[in-house]
Design a binder for this molecule. Structure first.
Ligand code: NAD
Ligand code: TYD
Length: 352
C-alpha cells in the first residue's frame, strides 16, 4: 500500500539506519526525513540513499510550530515515526532547556499537528514515539530488569524530558484517541553514532592514542543493542503493534563499562596491530557523572513473544562490525571531529 511516512531525526544515529532500512525495503512508501540538523544531525549518514525517488529531506525544527504546520499542509502524512531528540545525558546536565524544548515541546507540537490534520480520521494512521529505557530510572546490580509495567523514575534532565514526552503521547491516546505506539530501548551502538557517546568516543580515542575517560569506577552497567537490530524492531512495531501499546527493546546484553572498554581495547589492539594490552593503558578514571544511573537492563519478552522480534547479532560480532566501520570511515569521523560535516547540507541542498 502507498503511504507517506515522516521520520523525525532521520539524520541522526538511529534515525539514519531506520530511514535507510525503510527507503530500501518499501519502495511504495514515501519517506520524509524531517530533521533540524543540530550538531547531532549529519546528512552524510544518508548519502547512499539521498537520490532514491521515495526519499525526501525536509529541514525543519519540531519545536517550531510554523515549520511543522507547513510540513503537514504540504504532505498527506499517514504515519510519523518520531526519533528527533536531544539525546546525550551529559549535555542535558549542562543545558537542560534544550532538552525541554525539543523533547517535550517539540513532541507536543508534533502531537498537535497530527491531531489537527488527521482530524479524527485515524484509519491506517499511526504516531510511533521512540523512547528510552532511561525513563525507568536506575536498577541496582541485582534487581531484575525493566518491564513495560515498571514505574517511571527518571533521574537526569534527559530521561525526565523523554519520560514527559512518553506521558504526553499516552495522554493524546487516552484523551483524543490518537493512534499511538511507544517503544523504550536500551543503549544502541553501531556505525554513525556521534563520537560523544561511550563506544565511538572510546574507538576514536584508542585510534588516536588519547586517554579513554571512564566515569567513576567504571562499574555502571548498560544493556547494549546493535543499531540495525533496533531499526528492525521499529519496523516490526510500526507495522504490527497494537495501537496504544508500549514495547521494551533490549539486547539482553549487560556490560560493565570497564569490561566493555577492555574488550574494545583488545579488539583494537588486534586490528591496529598493536601489542596486546597497549590500548588498555589509555584507560583513565575521571570524576563520576552527576546522578549517574548504576544499571539499565531490559526485559523485551513482550516484543519477542507477541511480535517475533529477536536481536540478530551477538555483542562481539556487533562490536567488531562497529570497530571496522569506524576504522574504514576515517573521513566521516574526521569531518565530525572537525565540524566540517555541517557544511554538507548547503553543498547538497543549497541554502534553503
Ligand atoms: P542523535 O542525537 O544521534 O540524533 C538526533 C537527531 O534529531 C539529529 O539528527 C538531530 O539533528 C535531530 N534533532 C534534534 N533536535 C531536533 C529538533 N528540534 N527538530 C528536528 N530535529 C531535531 O540521537 P539517536 O541516538 O539517534 O536517538 C534517536 C532517538 O532514539 C531519540 O529519541 C533517543 O531518545 C532515542 N533512543 C536512543 C538510544 C541510544 O542509545 N542512542 C536508545 C534508546 C532510545
Ligand atoms: P553514554 O554513551 O553517554 O550513554 P548513556 O548515558 O545514555 O547510557 O554512556 C554510556 C555509559 O558510559 C554511561 O554509564 C556513562 C559512561 N561514560 C563514561 O564512562 N565515559 C564517557 O566518556 C562517556 C561518554 C560515558
Amino acid at each position: 500500500m502507498e503511504k507517506t511516512i515522516v521520520i523525525t531525526g532521520g539524520a541522526g544515529f538511529i534515525g539514519s539506519h531506520l530511514v535507510r532500512r525503510l527507503v530500501n525495503k518499501y519502495p511504495n512508501y514515501q519517506i520524509i526525513n524531517v530533521d533540524a540538523l543540530t550538531y547531532a544531525g549529519n546528512l552524510q549518514n544518508l548519502s547512499d540513499i539521498e537520490n532514491k525517488p521515495n526519499y525526501t529531506f525536509v529541514k525543519a525544527d519540531i519545536a517550531n510550530e510554523q515549520e511543522i504546520e507547513k510540513l503537514f499542509d504540504l504532505h498527506k502524512i499517514d504515519g510519523v515515526i518520531h526519533l528527533a531528540a536531544e539525546s546525550h545525558v551529559d549535555r542535558s546536565i549542562t543545558d537542560p532547556m534544550a532538552f525541554i524544548r525539543t523533547n517535550i515541546v517539540g513532541t507536543t507540537i508534533l502531537l498537535n499537528a497530527v491531531k489537527k490534520h488527521w482530524n479524527g480520521n485515524f484509519e491506517g494512521k499511526r504516531f510511533y514515539h521512540i523512547s528510552t529505557d532511561e525513563v525507568y530510572g536506575s536498577l541496582n546490580s541485582t534487581s531484575g530488569q525493566f518491564t513495560e509495567e515498571t514505574s517511571y523514575d527518571p533521574r537526569s534532565p534527559y530521561s525526565a524530558s523523554k519520560a514527559s514526552s512518553d506521558h504526553l503521547v499516552r495522554a493524546y491516546y487516552h484523551t483524543y484517541g490518537l493512534p499511538i505506539v511507544i517503544s523504550n530501548c536500551s543503549n544502541n551502538y553501531g556505525p554513525n553514532q556521534f563520537p560523544e557517546k561511550l563506544i565511538p568516543l572510546a574507538i576514536n580515542n584508542i585510534k588516536n592514542k588519547k586517554t579513554i575517560p571512564i566515569y567513576g569506577k567504571g562499574e555502571n552497567i548498560r544493556d547494549w543493542l546493535y543499531v540495525e537490530d533496533h531499526a528492525a524492531a521499529i519496523d516490526t512495531i510500526f507495522h504490527h503493534a497494537k495501537i496504544g501499546e508500549t514495547y521494551n527493546i533490549g539486547g539482553n546484553n549487560e556490560w560493565k563499562n570497564i569490561d566493555l572498554i577492555r574488550l574494545l581495547c583488545k579488539i583494537l589492539d588486534k586490528k591496529l596491530v598493536r601489542n596486546q594490552g597497549e590500548s588498555e593503558k589509555l584507560i583513565t578514571f575521571v570524576k563520576d557523572r552527576a546522578g549517574h544511573d548504576l544499571r539499565y537492563a531490559i526485559d523485551s519478552s513482550k516484543l519477542q513473544h507477541n511480535l517475533g522480534w529477536n536481536p540478530s547479532l551477538n555483542f562481539e560480532e556487533g562490536l567488531e562490525k562497529t570497530v571496522d566501520w569506524y576504522l574504514n570511515n576515517e573521513t566521516w569521523l574526521n569531518e565530525i571531529v572537525s565540524g566540517n560535516y555541517q557544511r554538507y547540507y548547503e553543498q547538497q541542498y543549497g541554502n534553503r
